[in-house]
Design a binder for this molecule. Structure first.
Ligand code: NI
Length: 264
């Protein structure tokens, strides 16, 4: 792993360590985190069939946390996608479950913008409000509907994070006005991601998070490889460069924001 000049620690706010890519690799993943000063990781649920595996990671390791929810790419025919507000609230009662999601809208993979996505998103927001836990929101090619539904359902009451942010600085500001944080992934290290670079410059430090979205979206210099939480260092380094601040400033701001948002 290439060295990054920083003395401070940081946090991966979004990863999928339950995915098969990591089977039998957790010890190795954890020692790479430690070597790179990555102190905590939030393991994100994408459906209820796989949620027990996500929760087990959070139960087995002090510095892993879990979310509970159903990803908007998971169609009605997928396993573990039918739920209720009551079920999500009950699963979110576990002390290591710190968020509801990932939920949201994705019209990139579902170009017909199906009603079931919006209904399921509303259900997650209601569960977040009922449980008092923040939301992890995925939005792709659906920013206007995402912000509208957040507003209509009062998502700002619990707040949350717009994860793997790829929208404009205006969309970021609209989400911040609704009490949300903005999380950047390895995409911010890609040369052609001008809109994401501008968004990273525009998001204030006190609303900023960083993530890997492992196993996807490995940052430069690992682009195309299997991602892992240790690589969040490279995301923070790029965000610092774009904002013209030291990486230590980004590391400590994003660590503080992580603790504040997820009430740790
Ligand atoms: Ni994700």
């Amino acid at each position: 792993m290439s060295p990054v000049n920083a003395s401070t620690t940081l946090v991966d706010s979004h990863c999928h360590l339950d995915f098969p890519d990591f089977d039998g690799r957790i010890a190795e993943i954890r020692s790479a985190m430690q070597e790179n000063g990555v102190t905590h990781a939030l393991c994100i649920s994408v459906n209820l069939a796989d949620f027990p595996k996500v929760l087990r990671l959070a139960e087995d390791y002090d510095n892993f946390y879990a979310s509970v929810g159903i990803h908007p790419e998971q169609g009605p025919e997928s396993a573990g996608v039918n739920t209720t507000v009551e079920e999500l609230v009950s699963l979110a009662r576990h002390p290591k479950v710190v968020a509801i999601g990932e939920t949201g809208l994705d019209y990139h993979w579902h170009k017909d913008a199906p009603e079931w996505q919006r209904e399921r998103f509303r259900l997650h927001i209601r569960a977040a409000r009922a449980s008092g836990k923040p939301l992890v929101v995925h939005t792709r090619d659906a920013a206007a509907d995402t912000l509208r539904i957040m507003e209509e359902e009062g998502a700002g009451e619990v707040g949350g994070v717009m994860h793997c942010f790829t929208e404009s600085v205006e969309v970021a500001q609209a989400a911040i006005r609704q009490n949300f944080y903005i999380s950047f992934s390895g995409i911010v290290t890609f040369k052609n991601a001008a809109i994401v670079h501008e968004a990273a410059r525009g998001v204030p430090l006190d609303r900023l998070l960083v993530e890997t979205d492992s196993p996807y979206l490995a940052p430069v210099p690992y682009r195309g490889k299997i991602n892992q939480p240790a690589y969040v260092r490279h995301v923070a380094e790029k965000v610092a460069e774009l904002k013209g601040v030291s990486v230590d400033v980004v590391n400590s701001a994003t660590s503080d924001n992580f603790r504040a948002l997820f009430k740790l």
